[in-house]
Ligand binder design. Structure first.
Ligand code: NAD
Ligand code: MG
Length: 395
């Protein structure tokens, strides 16, 4: 029986994680869970899963939840409490499924505490990858990808590569790896003209053709920044350079990613687009368990692959650029993207302004070596201020 801390329980990944726990009550127990403000859903989840601890990041929502609950769950609030449930000695596995930079400190706390970190929050690695990987290595934690593409690569490398027992361990597979290829669905605007993309609404951007996800990652998929963030995520997870990471557009989202070996062999992982496969694998690794996902029927599938259009989706190009430049640029890319996506969702800027805000921020950020968390947080704030100024110019 593994005790799980579920960070981001009310989100898309959070709910799917709970569905796996429900399928396997003999294997997993929800020890703690968190949300931001949605205390009504948290109330229902606390009654159902009876966690020992529940954290609402928002103080006000925490007191509402506390008043509403009459079970044994202790309700805490604030960012320190998020870190406390991630590093608690009673928990074994931490699902890091908070969206955005807000998820970094608690994911890092789990890494420092030597937990199995099931990482959905890719932003943690983009913001503070060096610090994060160092924490995993030093504490002897396990880092298991939840993002479907990275789970696919991880599965293709089995018995593969992961950070465990103080080092990055691989089978012989990794030594013969030439490159990896992350698949991208291309998002809802794959076939739309660039001119038309100027006037798309947040609702259109959040309607993903294959995946059902939170709003931020849905917009990231529409700009293809999601793939850009995933390129950087792959760099840290598998210790690969930019030249070894390739992106291919595959509108059907059946092939989740591929590994190309030096003997001419390519290994891919396939499945219907449903995050429960990758989530359950991060929980059951090195074994597999029932996830509730039906198997793909290849006789009913047309599988297409195209090269990405970097001109139409400049965010993807920006991500490759910052990966080549290093630390502070990756951090600024992430911060500016969060500011720009929020402004777009609030109707302040147009869809195509998102990449312009990021590019302007990157032009103004000064380089620094992001080895200490305090500096990362400071630089993140600085990048957000620059991005906000840029947003105001387009608003
Ligand atoms: P979501 O918006 O559906 O859920 C986000 C969760 O984070 C919610 O529980 C929310 O309460 C919590 N949260 C939001 N702001 C917070 C804050 N300031 N402090 C504390 N908690 C806060 O998001 P999602 O789609 O589940 O994505 C979560 C993470 O997983 C993201 O990093 C995303 O990139 C990654 N991811 C998601 C998918 C997917 O299919 N949804 C796939 C791969 C990776
Ligand atoms: Mg993904």
């Amino acid at each position: 029986m593994k005790n799980i801390t579920l960070l981001g329980a009310t989100g898309s990944i959070g709910k799917s994680t709970l569905s796996i726990v429900e399928l396997h009550p003999d294997k997993f127990n929800i020890f703690a869970m968190s949300a931001n403000k949605n205390w009504r859903l948290m109330e229902k989840l606390c009654i159902k899963f009876k966690p020992k601890l529940a954290v609402m990041a928002d103080e006000n929502s925490a007191s509402k939840l506390r008043n509403a609950l009459d079970n044994d769950t202790e309700v805490l609030s604030g960012n320190n409490a998020l870190c406390a449930i991630a590093e608690n000695s009673e928990t074994d596995y931490v699902m890091a499924a908070i969206v955005g930079a807000a998820g970094m400190p608690s994911a890092l706390a789990a890494a420092n505490a030597g937990k199995r970190v099931m990482l959905a929050n890719k932003e943690s690695l983009v913001m503070a990858g060096d610090i994060f990987i160092k924490a995993i290595k030093n504490s002897g934690a396990e880092l298991i990808p939840v993002d479907s593409e990275h789970s696919a690569i991880f599965q293709c490398l089995q018995g593969g590569s992961l950070y465990s027992n103080n080092s990055l361990t691989y089978t012989e597979n990794i030594n013969s790896l030439s490159k990896i290829q992350l698949t991208a669905s291309g998002g809802p605007f794959l076939k739309m003209s660039f001119e038309k993309m100027q006037s798309v609404t947040p609702e259109q951007a959040c309607t993903h053709p294959n995946w059902s996800m939170g709003k931020k990652i849905s917009v990231d998929s529409a700009t293809m920044m999601n793939k850009g963030l995933e390129v950087i995520e792959a760099h840290y997870l598998f210790s690969l350079g930019a030249s070894q990471i390739d992106v291919v557009v595959h509108p059907q989202s059946i092939v989740h990613s591929s590994v190309f070996f030096n003997d001419g062999s390519t290994v891919s992982q396939l499945g219907v687009p449903d995050m429960r496969t990758a989530i359950s694998y991060s929980m059951s690794y090195p074994n597999r368990i029932e996830s509730g996902v039906k198997q793909v029927d290849l006789t009913k599938q047309k599988l297409e692959f195209f090269s990405p259009d970097y001109q139409k989706f400049p965010c993807l190009d920006l991500a490759f650029q910052v990966l080549r430049k290093g630390g502070s640029h990756m951090l600024a890319l992430n911060a500016a993207n969060e500011v720009a996506v929020e402004a777009f969702l609030k109707g302040k800027i147009n869809f195509l302004d998102i990449s312009k805000v990021i590019e302007e921020t990157l032009g103004k950020i000064t380089s620094f070596d992001s080895k200490v968390l305090k500096d990362v947080v400071e630089k993140d704030q600085q990048a957000r201020l620059i991005a906000l100024e840029a947003v105001n110019c387009y608003a």
